[in-house]
Design a protein around this ligand. Structure first.
Ligand code: GLU
Length: 236
């Protein structure tokens, strides 16, 4: 483990995989990895999606694609479920930071976030960051937790970023519809061609897709933060 401080972004498809609220199916192994990191004196910040997915069953909605206010209400109830779901796998306390891109753009709020993260980490507490979905309309629509994770890696001065979802990495075409798709084990430079390969998500639970992961990787790598796009369903 060649890092000292890592930001691990965990997608909704891992937190609430069966479209039916939270589950420990995949996150128990991720939590185990985080505990191992702690034992090796590494610091870990989690950026967890899944509040909307976790809250889905609690809010009545007629359409398969809920409105933004309905999603925001789902996030409000699901956030607690999602936090509970993480905490049950740790002996150390978890802490909740709900932030938006706007918070990170404001100097004073940026410093507050930075200081809070520093003190939490110094106390062995696991910071769990999510978008403040009830106020962040645009982020909620775009599924921007990938980009948020890159920004959290910057504010926390992390040296590594893991983006975990249910896909193995970046392929030259969509592997779900092209049997001959080839995974790119390493990307030296993020070009327009790489973005063109990324496509969008097919998973109704996930929001971002590969495009936002590449955007996040671009932001992080530009700032010297090694970035890995990994399949979190393989860690069971
Ligand atoms: N913040 C949203 C949630 O927790 C998800 C956004 C994303 O996955 O990028 O449900």
């Amino acid at each position: 483990m060649n890092f000292n401080r890592v930001v691990i972004k965990v997608g909704s498809a891992l937190v609430a995989p069966d479209k039916n609220g939270c589950s420990g199916k995949y996150i128990s192994a991720i939590a185990h990895f985080i505990t191992k990191c702690h034992q090796a004196n590494k610091e870990v910040i989690l950026v967890s999606s899944g509040s909307v997915a976790a809250g889905r069953n609690f809010i009545r909605h007629g359409s398969p694609i809920p409105s933004i206010p309905t999603k925001q209400a789902m996030a409000a109830v699901g956030q607690m479920k999602m936090m509970d779901n993480w905490q049950r796998f740790f002996d150390v306390p978890c802490s909740q930071l709900l932030i938006t891109h706007g918070d990170l753009k404001d100097r004073e709020r940026y410093i507050n976030i930075k200081n809070t993260l520093r003190i939490l980490l110094a106390n062995g507490i696991i910071p769990i960051v999510n978008e403040n979905d009830t106020v962040a309309t645009d982020e909620l629509k775009v599924g921007d937790n990938d980009n948020l994770a890159a920004l959290v890696a910057l504010v926390s001065e992390a040296d590594c970023l893991f983006i975990l979802s249910d896909i193995d990495g970046v392929y030259n075409k969509d592997p779900r519809s092209n049997a001959d798709a080839v995974m790119l084990p390493e990307i030296a430079e993020i070009t327009d061609e790489i973005y063109a390969m990324a496509g969008t998500t097919n998973n109704p639970i996930a929001t971002g897709g590969m495009k936002t992961k590449i955007q996040a990787a671009e932001k992080a790598v530009e700032n010297g933060i090694d970035t890995y796009i990994l399949n979190g369903t393989n860690s069971q």
